[in-house]
Every structure is written in structure tokens, then in C-alpha cells.
Design a protein around this ligand. Structure first.
Ligand SMILES: O=C(O)CCC(=O)C(=O)O
Length: 309
């Protein structure tokens, strides 16, 4: 398989990325806005999930209103008291780290035919690149991407990955359904049964682990270029290293998850369901020269048979 970033930095004394395929051509990105320090750090709205599921009717209405504002003004928010144990999050992060530690030969089983141009319905794929439009530049990220619903897949190694991934897939799907119901309520688009109309029981759920090893020249490279997500809602957890930036009111701002929160953002299906009121916001991942960052991303969409209008 093509070399992955982690293996590249472990096998060489790389001190520069200029003149390599990992350096961004200026037209891809305004490099001056890439450095973490040059971007303002903002606090995202915090949503107390437990009040949606077990609060009083008044408390629930208050959270529905908070969600409405978060979707309208940010497209991103942090969910706390979500019920996913911290231990599950840590196990999953460790298992994914262990996956990236496998030998290139072991990882190459999942390279697939489309590693530089992955398809949404590939069951398991790993590599470095993002999409065909950006083939000329390699991003500073290794990824593992797994289709976990409606059919559950998982790499065989490391052994612990499958159990944690199944558990997290189930729990995050329930969180996504509850948030979707509350978002619909806030839009006063109360569907009799949103789960049925979007066929969420056979909805597509895609898991990605993104590994961003330290980069010798972070100002010249990017982990993930600006993009918006597919689907209804994306749930993101990460280790303690920041790097996510979102476009808010025309400028890039850095967002850092508070401990034990899940970061949630609007995807393009939700934008369509809200008649364009809520936007699938552009975001990107920048890299640093000190620490490895890992983010675990769960995108949740309707079933492949559903038309969203
Ligand atoms: O790593 C991050 O913070 C962003 C990940 C992301 O946007 C993605 O996987 O689509």
C-alpha cells in the first residue's frame, strides 16, 4: 500500500514537508490562517442531553430552544451527560491507536481498490487521502473508515476494536435519533415518526478514525481540508489534542471539546430537512508539531433508500 503518514514519520528523519506532496499549494488554502495560534478559540454551545431524555417538560423545551439556537448560529455544539461512559471512549481511542500501530502489511488488507478515492459504502478502508479533487496533495492524516450500520463491519485486528465499536455505534445512533427528534421539534416540523420517515433503523452510519501525527512544518500542511459533512448529524470524540476549526460568520475559529463531551454538527441531509435554515458548516483539521491527535467521527444518515426533500 502507499505509505501512511505515521509510518512515514517513524521510518525517516523528516524535518521538512516543503517540496513534498504533503505541502499545500497556496491556492488550496490561505496558509496564513492555518496556524492554531493565529485563529481565535471559541466556546461552542453546550447541550445537556440528559434533560432531553429525562428532564421535566419545561427542561426539555429549554434544551430544544438551546439546540435551535446552536443549529442556527453555529451548526456545531457540544453534548454533555450523553450516557457514553468515558471508559468506552478511552477503549475505542486506544483500539484505534492500536490499529494504526499495525504493520503496513496488516493495514494494507484494508487499502481497497479506492484508497485514494474512498466510496461511502466501502465496508472497511484505510489510507491517507480524502477525495479525488485533492489527489495532487496528500493530507497529514491517516484514516480508518468503517461502515458500521445497517451492516456492522470491523477490522479483525486489534481484537478489542470490534466490541467497542459495536457498542459505540449503538449508543451514538440512539443519541443521534434523540437529537434529530429535538431538532425537528425546534423547527416545528414535528413528524409523527421521524425515525420511520427517514428509515433510521436502516440508516447509514459510518465511523472514521483520523490520526494526525506531529508534522515538522504544520503551517505548510493540513490534516483535513475544508469540507461539510454528509448525512444528518456527525458525532465527534477526540483525545486531548485540539485541531478542529470551523467557519463561523465568515472566519475560521478553533473549537476545542470540553472533557467528556461529544461534538455534534449538522450534515447536508439536515440542512435539506430544515429547508436550508440550518447549515452544514465548513470545518477543517489543522496539525501541530508536538503531539499526535486522534478524532473518532461517526456520521449518521438516513437509509440509502430514503429521499430527503
Ligand atoms: O478530526 C477532526 O477534527 C475533523 C474530522 C472530520 O471533519 C471528518 O472526519 O470528516
Amino acid at each position: 500500500m502507499g505509505i501512511m503518514i505515521k509510518d512515514l514519520i517513524e521510518s525517516t528523519d523528516l524535518i521538512s514537508v516543503s517540496n513534498s506532496k504533503h505541502a499545500l499549494p497556496a491556492k488550496v488554502e490561505d496558509l496564513t490562517t492555518l496556524a492554531e495560534e493565529s485563529v481565535e478559540q471559541v466556546a461552542l454551545p453546550i447541550i445537556d442531553f440528559s434533560l432531553l431524555t429525562s428532564g421535566s417538560p419545561d427542561q426539555r423545551s429549554k434544551i430544544v430552544e438551546e439546540l435551535r439556537n446552536a443549529c442556527l448560529h453555529w451548526g456545531f455544539f457540544m453534548v454533555v451527560n450523553h450516557g457514553v461512559p468515558q471508559s468506552l471512549k478511552e477503549e475505542l481511542i486506544n483500539s484505534c491507536m492500536n490499529f494504526f500501530d499495525l504493520s503496513l502489511e496488516e493495514k494494507s488488507v484494508y487499502e481497497g481498490e479506492n484508497a485514494s478515492d474512498p466510496c461511502i459504502l466501502d465496508p472497511i478502508i484505510c489510507g491517507t487521502n480524502f477525495n479525488p479533487a485533492s489527489r495532487s496533495v496528500s493530507f497529514w492524516r491517516d484514516y480508518l473508515r468503517v461502515l458500521v450500520h445497517p451492516v456492522f463491519n470491523s477490522p479483525v485486528k486489534p481484537e478489542a476494536l470490534s466490541e467497542g465499536l459495536r457498542e459505540y455505534s449503538n449508543r451514538s445512533r440512539e443519541i443521534m435519533k434523540e437529537l434529530t427528534r429535538a431538532i425537528m421539534e425546534g423547527l416545528e416540523l414535528e413528524e409523527e415518526n421521524i425515525e420511520e420517515s427517514l428509515e433510521l433503523n436502516s440508516g447509514v452510519q459510518k465511523f472514521s478514525a483520523n490520526l494526525y501525527p506531529p508534522c515538522p512544518q504544520p503551517e505548510l500542511a493540513i490534516g483535513l481540508p475544508p469540507h461539510a459533512d454528509r448525512g444528518l448529524l456527525t458525532l465527534l470524540i477526540q483525545n486531548d489534542v485540539g485541531g478542529l476549526q470551523i467557519k463561523n460568520k465568515g472566519k475560521w475559529v478553533a473549537v476545542n471539546a470540553i472533557p467528556n463531551s461529544i461534538m455534534v454538527n449538522i450534515g447536508d441531509h439536515m440542512e435539506i430537512l430544515s429547508n436550508g435554515k440550518y447549515k452544514a458548516v465548513l470545518h477543517r483539521a489543522v496539525v501541530n508539531n508536538k503531539e499526535t491527535r486522534i478524532s473518532l467521527v461517526m456520521t449518521n444518515g438516513p437509509s440509502t433508500e430514503t429521499y430527503v426533500t
